[in-house]
Design a protein around this ligand. Sequence first.
Ligand SMILES: *[C@@H]1O[C@H](CO)[C@@H](O)[C@H](O)[C@H]1NC(C)=O
Ligand SMILES: *[C@@H]1O[C@H](CO)[C@@H](O)[C@H](O)[C@H]1NC(C)=O
Ligand SMILES: *[C@@H]1O[C@H](CO)[C@@H](O)[C@H](O)[C@H]1NC(C)=O
Ligand SMILES: *[C@@H]1O[C@H](CO)[C@@H](O)[C@H](O)[C@H]1NC(C)=O
Length: 323
Amino acid sequence: MLQLRSYALGLLASLSTLTQVNAQCANNVAVYNPNARTLSANNTWFVVPVPKAAALTAVQEAYPLLNVSLLDVPADTTLFPNGFPAGQQPAIVNIGLSSDIRMSALQIDGGLRTGQVYITYVSLNGSPSPLAAQASGYIAGENGPLPQGLVPTVATSLLFGGNPARLGEFSPEGPPYQSEGNGILSSQAKWALLPNPISGPGVYPEAFDFEFTHIPASSSRYTAKGFKYLINLPQLLPTAQCQRSAYYFTNATANPVFSNGNVTFGPGADGSSATTSALMAASADGSGIYADVDGFGGCAQSVGNNIQDCDEASAQTDPNTLN
Ligand SMILES: *[C@@H]1O[C@H](CO)[C@@H](O)[C@H](O)[C@H]1NC(C)=O
Ligand SMILES: *[C@@H]1O[C@H](CO)[C@@H](O)[C@H](O)[C@H]1NC(C)=O
Ligand SMILES: *[C@@H]1O[C@H](CO)[C@@H](O)[C@H](O)[C@H]1NC(C)=O
Ligand SMILES: *[C@@H]1O[C@H](CO)[C@@H](O)[C@H](O)[C@H]1NC(C)=O
C-alpha cells in the first residue's frame, strides 16, 4: 500500500513537471507542519443560500450511511450582519488552484485544480457541532484531467482525508479564474465523466461555475470572519469522522478579496445523475442559477490535520483561522 502510494505520487510528480506551473503564493506553513499535508490555495469561495430540503437531499446522497440533519444558522452578527435568509442553508462552493503541495519529505511539483461544494451547519447524530458536508468534489491537473483513477485515488486520502474526488475539467485549465473583460471574472468546474482527449469529445456535465466581480468589503452580506468560519468548519468524512482542513489568511501573501456574482449549480453539483442535481433543481427557475451571491477569496495557507472525532474537531478549530 505504502509502496503503491509512493509510486503513484512519483508518477504524479513526473506528470506535473510536464505541465505549466502557475505562479502563486508559496507554502509558508510546511516548515511548521512537517508531518501534515500542506499547500497554498488560491481559491474563491461563494456562500450560496439553498433551500433546506435540497441541502438535506444533497448531504444524504453523499453520506447514505450516516445519520445527518441540518442545524439552523445562528443569529451571529459577527458572521452574518444581516442574518441569514429563513428556510435556507448556506452552501459554500469553491474553485481554485492548490499549489506547492507537500506531505512529509514529499513535494508534488505543479498544482492541482480543485473545486468542492459543501453544505454547512450539518449535524451528525443530532450533535450541536456544526460541520461541513461535501456534496461533490472535483480535481484535475493544470492541463486538464489526469489519467483516470490516478489522482483521485491518491488525492482522496492525501488531500481530502477520505472524501471522494471526481475527475474534473476546469476552465481556465491552469489559473484559478480568468478575466472576461469589463472587470468580470469567471471560473468553471465540469465533471469529466468520460474524458476522451484523443478520439474526440468526452462527456462533461457541468458541476458549478462562477461569473463575478471583485467588490469592496463594505458591500458584502457576510464578514471576512463569516467566510473564514464557514471555510474552516470541520469536514465530515464518509467514515463518520472529521478532518480539520485549516485555511489561514494571515500571511502577507494572502491578498484577500470580496466578490459578488452568479453561481450556477449543474448536474455535477451533488448526487450522481449526469442530467440534474438537487441543488440545480432547487434554484429559483430550476436552471441552477443562483444570482447575486457573495464570495471571498485569496491565497490561503492550508494544513490538513489528522482525522478525528467530529465533536473533538469542532472544539479544536484553530481560532487563528478566523484572523
Ligand atoms: C490568484 O489567482 C488570480 C487569477 O489567476 C491571480 O490574479 C492572483 O494574483 C492570484 N493571487 C495570489 C495571491 O497568488
Ligand atoms: C439521529 O439523529 C437524530 C437527530 O437528527 C437523533 O435524535 C438520533 O438520536 C440519531 N440517531 C442515532 C442512532 O444516533
Ligand atoms: C448575473 O446574472 C444577472 C441576471 O440574472 C446579470 O444581470 C448579471 O450581469 C450577472 N452578473 C455577472 C457578474 O455576470
Ligand atoms: C503564515 O501563516 C502561518 C499560519 O498562521 C504562520 O504560522 C506563519 O508564521 C505565517 N508566515 C509568515 C511569513 O507570515
